[in-house]
Design a protein around this ligand. Structure first.
Ligand code: NAP
Length: 296
């Protein structure tokens, strides 16, 4: 069951702003969260792998204090894990000896099923999360204010997740100006396979296809003529390769299902064009323009 909570207000700043929020992984998402949360009055403690990143996070205003030591997060009431997907579990194992039992953990990983399965047994006060916002950049220099404003923020509690932990993370998401949604981890993974992971693979395949143009002068001309349409359709394929790779590894099944369906759709469009079935081509294009507002 997917539920949308349309409350995009700033939350009750009085009580929640007294919280100390820890952020592990001060990159695009972790840094952006730090910038926004500090601006809203939260105390933010950051941890990242490199000391230089910690220094830049403090200099940029993304953390009040930052360190390479996970033990520095001991005072945190809520900790947001913003590292790449493949180190989230290991991070929780290293973090848990330092935490108060009531500390709420959440993550921002782009895949939820395997991550929730890995972390929930390590820390019961854990709520899977995924803010649906990003850019093609990475690292602390890419962090932006208001990245999450008016964007969906998905929470994926299970039957075991304490209700209080869900509320606490939801309050943070609302304070960021996000629109919160609650669904099962597997539903999240199937949904984002369609609208996030499939587009990354489709978009990257566009570049692969364009490289096959045999005449170098035509290939060069295509690169020079690329404008707004190509910018829109290729943006997500030109981003952080590590992120795309981890999406594919962690959401393999749902991504393959969506890619198979996409290959079928391409085949259908090709068949219509080969058959010069212009009514069919037009109907397909019309369906696309009718469907787009349902997504955006
Ligand atoms: P990013 O810009 O590369 O940031 C990740 C940061 O984590 C790096 O800057 C790195 O900082 C730090 N880090 C790496 N390994 C670490 C470790 N073992 N311990 C502590 N810090 C570590 O990546 P991102 O785009 O913010 O993505 C982070 C998470 O957000 C991922 O789980 C991703 O699935 C999720 N997400 C991404 C997007 C998006 O569009 N980018 C959107 C929603 C969710 P150092 O400089 O210290 O090495």
């Amino acid at each position: 069951m997917v539920m949308g909570d349309s409350d995009a207000s700033m939350g009750t700043a009085g009580s929640v702003a007294e919280l100390t929020v820890g952020i592990v992984g001060l990159g695009l998402i972790g840094g952006s969260l730090g910038l926004d949360l500090r601006r809203r009055g939260y105390r933010v403690l950051g941890v990242s792998r490199k000391a230089a990143t910690c220094d830049r996070a403090v200099a940029r205003g993304a953390a009040d204090q930052a360190s390479v030591e996970l033990s520095s997060l001991a005072p945190a009431d809520v900790i947001i894990l913003c590292t790449p997907l493949n180190v989230l579990g290991k991070t929780v194992e290293q973090l848990r000896p330092h935490l108060k039992p009531e500390t709420v953990l959440t993550d921002v990983g782009s895949v939820k099923g395997p991550i929730v399965q890995e972390i929930e047994p390590l820390w019961p006060n854990f709520v899977g999360g995924h803010p649906m916002a990003g850019t093609t950049e990475q690292g602390i220099e890419a962090a932006l204010l208001d990245l999450f404003q008016d964007r969906p923020y998905v929470l994926t509690p299970t039957a075991q997740t304490p209700a209080g932990a869900v509320e606490r993370v939801k309050e943070l998401a609302i304070a960021l100006g996000s629109k919160t949604y609650i669904c099962a981890p597997e539903e999240h993974d199937r949904a984002v396979a369609w609208i996030s992971h499939l587009p990354v693979m489709v978009s990257t395949s566009l570049f692969q296809a364009c490289r096959r143009e045999e005449t170098p002068a035509v290939r060069k001309l295509a690169q020079q003529l690329a404008s707004s349409g190509f910018r829109d359709t290729s943006r997500v394929g030109g981003g952080n390769p590590e992120l795309g790779l981890l999406m594919a590894r962690y959401n393999r099944e749902a991504l393959l299902a969506s890619l198979t369906s996409y290959r079928e759709s391409l085949g259908q469009v090709m068949a219509l064009i080969e058959a010069e079935d212009w009514d069919g081509v037009e109907a397909t294009l019309r369906q696309g323009s009718e469907d787009r507002p349902l997504f955006l």
